[in-house]
Design a protein around this ligand. Structure first.
Ligand SMILES: *Cc1c(COP(=O)(O)O)cnc(C)c1O
Length: 356
């Protein structure tokens, strides 16, 4: 740390992204990207003339994309705010709404919630998942803080039904409920329609996972227009042009190709079932997931050892050291070919453990 670093940030532990190797050669199952390229419509939308338009600033309202999202979900355009990845909109939301009340979230969830709280000086409390890594919405009842829940939850993939979220929102009218739906397209149901009914609900989504556009950095939120207007105040106080011209077009094109979206997400769901079954056959404990990843542990090898052994074999998965899921590895649901390699390598590793 330099002597110039602000003292109020000395406890900041930045988010640690999964490895993004610059040279290829890895089977990459560590950051929940899609194994499929974006819709072919995306490339068509980004022609030569679009590149020359990069001399101009992008549209701060990202109208092309905002209107496409509004039509897709049947919500008003003024209920939507777009951002440079959903991480950015999460930051804006926490900055806008959480200083007075604080924020509550699960003890195992997306690491950025805590990082943003620390960055913005927001008090937070963590609420333990139950023994099966499930969220019990009753655990959030007696609290005074705003609530953020990833559904399906990050790291575990566990999904809670819309009825649970409806309970949470309707019983806590004076607290904001933020639902992060980064993984909802892999078998869950979005609560975006509920934003028309409740003015204390914010729903966050991303194009990074189910729409194969992690590198384009596209996220958005949907909420009551008054909440959206507040978040826009933060956005316009930070970076009005947060979405670049190419990403606005890419996002709108991806959203328009519903057929491709349905096909690729169905394929991920199918591969997830295959991966879950294969891991169980090898003696893994696998948490039931509705996301594009599974969390799994094996009695014969620690999470860390599995992670390291797989990396040596050219397969990247994610390990979260130190907490409740230290025993586990998180495996992104890749293509059938990638999963076949993973299963084969795991077989070799576990055989070695048995013979050791
Ligand atoms: C991946 C992820 C995000 C971030 O997505 P970006 O849009 O790529 O910034 C947000 N929340 C959760 C739970 C995620 O897993």
């Amino acid at each position: 740390m330099s002597r110039f670093f602000s003292t109020d940030l000395k406890d900041l532990n930045p988010y640690i992204p999964g490895e993004q190797p610059v040279s290829g050669g890895f089977v990459k199952l560590n950051t929940n990207e899609s194994p499929f390229p974006p819709s072919p419509e995306v490339k068509k939308a980004l022609d030569e003339s679009r590149v020359s338009e990069l001399r101009l600033y992008s549209d701060p309202t990202a109208k092309t994309l905002t209107d496409a999202i509004a039509r897709y979900y049947g919500v008003p355009s003024d209920s939507i705010v777009t951002s440079n990845g959903s991480d950015e909109i999460l930051a804006f939301i926490i900055k806008a709404f959480c200083k007075d009340r604080g924020l509550a979230f699960a003890d195992v969830t997306y690491g950025f919630y805590e990082v943003f709280c620390k960055l913005f000086g927001v008090e937070f409390v963590t609420v333990p998942l139950d023994r099966d890594f499930k969220i019990d919405v009753n655990d959030y009842k007696g609290l005074s803080q705003n609530i953020i829940i990833a559904n399906p939850n990050a790291q575990t993939g566990v999904y809670i039904p819309v009825s649970d979220i409806k309970t949470l929102v309707s019983e806590n009218k004076e607290r904001l409920v933020i639902i992060d739906e980064a993984y909802v397209d892999f078998g869950g149901e979005s609560v975006i329609p509920l934003t028309r009914e409740y003015d204390n609900l914010v729903v966050v989504q991303t194009f990074s996972k189910s729409r194969s556009l992690a590198g384009a950095r596209i996220g958005f939120m949907v909420a009551d227009a008054a909440l959206a207007a507040d978040v826009k105040k933060i956005k316009y106080s930070f970076n009005p042009y947060n979405l670049n011209r190419l990403s606005i077009l890419a996002g709108a094109a991806a959203l328009a190709d519903k057929e491709y979206f349905v096909k690729t997400t169905a394929e991920i769901i199918k591969n997830r079932e295959f991966l879950t079954d294969s891991l169980k056959l090898m003696g893994f404990k696998v948490i039931d997931s509705k996301a594009n990843f599974v969390l799994a542990s094996h009695g014969a090898e620690s999470g860390r050892d599995l992670y390291l052994a797989l990396k040596k074999e050219g397969v990247l998965v994610r390990h979260f050291p130190g907490g409740r899921i230290d025993d586990f590895i998180r495996i992104t649901v890749g293509s059938a070919e990638e999963l076949a390699v993973l299963i084969q390598k795991l077989g070799i590793i576990l055989q070695g453990a048995e013979n050791a």
